[in-house]
Ligand binder design. Structure first.
Ligand code: S3P
Length: 171
């Protein structure tokens, strides 16, 4: 099986859908945020605080390259992993890139008041979500399969991904 790589903004459901997909495909589930925290032995919010966003991005790039080199996996990525062109190339080379989208309002609702999204812990969250979405839109569009997830449960989204993979002859 080629790797399945899930991309998309925070709160679009990558991690929850990834769990269903990995189970369904009998594949290993690899998560870049979790792998960053495991390697660093500190939380993403601490990395942002101490090393800034650029420090986090350097670690994320390194960790992601390692995960993408492994076979037969569903790989969930941090929402900003697509910003880096090398990351995007590595994702395309590693497997099938599936992109999730959602409206800014839905994203805000799903993220709630979580503290582990340091990028959204300042000012007007909805405005910040909109700004980042605009900035990253082209990167999220660079994919094999795109799925709009508003109002859907993670299980429903995973079923749609399975169907799209079958239709495209990718399974
Ligand atoms: C980020 C998304 C987060 C995490 C970090 C930065 C982003 O991952 O990597 O807080 O830049 O969008 P999730 O998309 O899993 O929340």
């Amino acid at each position: 099986m080629r790797n399945i790589i899930l991309i998309g903004f925070m709160g679009t459901g990558k991690s929850s859908v990834g769990k269903f997909l990995a189970k369904r495909l009998g594949a290993e589930l690899l998560d870049s945020d979790a792998a960053v925290e495991a390697r660093e032995k500190r939380k993403i919010s601490e990395i942002f605080e101490k090393d800034g966003e650029s420090g986090f991005r350097r670690i994320e790039k390194d960790v992601l390259a390692e995960l993408l080199a492994r076979p037969n996996a569903v790989i969930t990525t941090g929402g900003g992993a697509v910003i880096d062109a090398d990351n995007r190339r590595a994702m395309r080379a590693s497997g099938i890139v599936v992109s999730f989208s959602a409206s800014p309002e839905m994203i805000l609702e799903r993220i709630g008041k979580t503290k582990h999204r340091p990028l959204l812990n300042r000012g007007d969250r909805l405005a910040e979500i909109r700004r980042l979405l605009d900035e990253r839109r082209a990167y999220y569009d660079d994919c094999d399969i795109k799925i709009e997830t508003d109002g859907m449960t993670p299980f429903e989204v995973s079923e749609i991904v399975m169907e799209a993979l079958k239709q495209k002859g990718l399974l």
